[in-house]
Design a binder for this molecule. Structure first.
Ligand code: F6R
Length: 228
């Protein structure tokens, strides 16, 4: 269902700008988009993409980097022009430069048409962790221990999980024209309820989506089990 939302966007606007996410939840979605491409139903030839986030310290060739994930799950299997795929630069120390360049590139591309989001068990979107103020722009963030623990399943040990990431800010995400939030599994049920029906607070970063005018939420039965 979520893949169809993206595929419709690409069919209606072949040069659309996709905001993409990594993580376990969208893996099936990307597989469906690859199948649609192979079946001749969809082309990414004119699509531009911007990913939400990247670990600091991992080059794009590192198997746990988000650039690697995107190549592996989508970009290597469709006709997208890799020069038009963007993932925040995880290398180097110049946070300001990475932030300014990423924000400018999104603006120059005309803004994101549809932003795909997963949700962390703590309510994070991108790597915007619970905090006191909504971060506005692309920035460097220190990952919480709970996020490092949740993501350690993909590394050999928790010690290998980077402590920092670079992520689009909440302002960057909120400027997307449409949002598509996906969640699956019982472990997301309570946070999905809080995000959609609880108070809007930077303590639950995804709750800001209540203020976005065009949000589609796709959940499986377990993740949706606490919703009316
Ligand atoms: C990934 C991202 C994260 C994930 C979230 C859920 O680019 O920005 O916010 O969407 O951590 O991850 P999964 O889908 O693995 O549960």
């Amino acid at each position: 269902m979520a893949a169809d939302v993206i595929a419709t966007c690409v069919a209606e606007k072949p040069n659309c700008v996709l905001g993409l996410a990594t993580g376990t939840t969208p893996i099936g979605l990307y597989a469906d988009l690859v199948s649609d491409y192979k079946a001749g139903k969809i082309s990414f030839a004119n699509v531009t993409s911007f990913n939400l986030d990247e670990y600091v310290g991992l080059a794009g060739t590192h198997p746990q980097s988000y650039r690697y994930f995107m190549n592996d799950n989508l970009f290597d299997h469709v006709d997208i022009d890799k020069a038009r795929t963007h993932v925040p630069d995880g290398t180097g120390d110049d946070d300001q430069r990475v932030s300014d360049e990423y924000e400018a590139a999104i603006r120059e591309a005309g803004g994101v048409d549809i932003q795909l989001l997963g949700i962390g068990p703590n309510g994070h979107i991108g790597f915007n962790e619970p905090c006191d103020e909504f971060p506005v722009r692309t920035h460097r963030v220190e990952l919480t221990e709970s996020t490092r623990k949740a993501n350690s399943r993909l590394f050999d040990s928790i010690d290998e999980v980077p402590h920092f990431a670079r992520t689009m800010g909440i302002g960057t995400i909120m400027r997307a024209r449409k949002i598509l939030l996906v969640a699956s599994g019982a472990g997301k049920a309570e946070i999905v309820r809080k995000a959609l029906y609880g108070p809007v607070t930077p303590r639950v970063p995804a709750s800001i989506l209540q203020f976005h005018p065009d949000v589609t939420v796709v959940v499986d039965a377990e993740a949706g089990s606490r919703l009316d």
